[in-house]
Design a protein around this ligand. Structure first.
Ligand code: UDP
Ligand code: MG
Length: 326
């Protein structure tokens, strides 16, 4: 791995660019993705490597990747022991990357390779991170767009980090890659958030989300909810504050009700309101359960971090001893 703080201008021609492709059941499109991305990088006059991380595919993705890796040593493959999720696949690719800059993008070519030259220009201009920002998602269904909107809004509102329209399509300089791989010990990562959190000189590069080359998106609703929870819990303690707020709210309600009851009692009126009592019980009960749930979410994350299990397990590499560029 290259150790340096910044690359002298004239060395950019010698720069090695790593492209990380997380891939889950992408046997149909991945070979084409290698071709298009490789051609784009050739046109940019840079040395490159593409690292495909097969995230426990059930299809022949890794066989395709291995075949291509045999024919071209610039293509490398990592095979997970099972499906660990896109975040883990991204991290594995970034860990394995040897480039002076690392580009992360989807294997289904929904992140258009035609944007790569702009990212490289920004990098040569001194940017340490180039964020690909989705311009619009006109190809997605209304439901998908709504889902993405709720997801991004919730996180930016609660987490205080802006990931509206953000994507995993990014270029990171080696400096940032080293920070993310070596200085952030947490295991459950939310890549998009971290790349924003590190700071450094960064630029946003708008792009149009392309249509998927085959089939449907690979995210299930449950997967998205889990990602949202990881994102929230790893970036903010705001939900815990909501628990406190709910407690204060219930206290205020209780005090109001006490005053009202005492008042009625002094007036000589019997305290009525069986329905009120049941409703109060139900409301308070649900507040308590939601609060426990929120606290539980944090405890679960703490537990996961304390267990310190690896974020992914690698079954196989295509190139245990291949060296790029020599
Ligand atoms: N992906 C992955 N692991 C998963 C799900 C998805 O590595 O468990 C990869 C997938 O192969 C693709 C990228 O993540 O390269 C984005 O997935 P997808 O296209 O399904 O999501 P969307 O385009 O809807 O964000
Ligand atoms: Mg996609």
């Amino acid at each position: 791995m290259t150790e340096r703080t910044s690359l002298p201008g004239e060395d950019f021609a010698q720069a090695l660019i790593s492209v990380v492709l997380p891939a889950h059941n992408e046997e149909v499109g991945i070979s084409h993705a290698f071709d298009v991305i490789g051609r784009t990088l050739d046109d940019c006059d840079v040395r490159w490597e593409i690292i495909a991380v097969d995230d426990g595919s059930q299809d022949q993705t890794f066989a395709v990747v291995s075949q291509r890796a045999r024919d071209d040593s610039r293509i490398r493959g990592i095979h997970f022991s099972r499906n660990f999720g896109k975040e883990a696949a991204l991290m594995a690719g970034i860990d394995a990357a040897r480039g002076d800059a690392v580009i992360t993008m989807d294997a289904d070519l929904q992140h258009p390779p035609s944007v790569i030259p702009q990212m490289l220009d920004a990098w040569r201009g001194g940017a340490k991170v180039a964020h690909g920002v989705k311009r619009q998602r006109q190809h997605d269904s209304a439901a998908t767009r709504l889902r993405a909107w709720i997801f991004n809004k919730t996180i930016s509102w609660l987490g205080g980090i802006n990931i509206q329209n953000s994507s995993d399509f990014k270029l990171m300089d080696r400096v940032v890659v080293d920070v993310i791989t070596k200085q952030l010990p947490e295991r459950r990562r939310f890549f998009r958030g971290l790349a924003d959190w590190v700071g450094y000189r960064n630029v946003e590069i708008p792009f149009d989300v392309a249509e998927r080359s085959d089939g449907e998106g690979r995210w299930s609703l449950l997967g998205l909810v889990e990602l949202a929870l990881t994102a929230l819990v790893s970036f903010t303690s705001a939900p815990l504050r909501i628990v406190t707020l709910m407690g204060l709210l219930t206290l205020a309600l209780g005090l109001g009700l006490t005053v009202e009851t005492l008042w009625s009692w002094f007036q000589g009126r019997a305290v009525s309101g069986f329905a009120t009592m049941i409703l109060t019980l139900l409301i308070i009960g649900s507040f308590i359960m939601i609060s426990l749930g929120i606290i539980g979410e944090y405890i679960a994350k703490i537990y996961e971090e304390v267990k310190a299990r690896p974020a992914y397990l690698i079954d196989e590499y295509t190139d245990l001893d291949t060296k790029i560029g020599d």
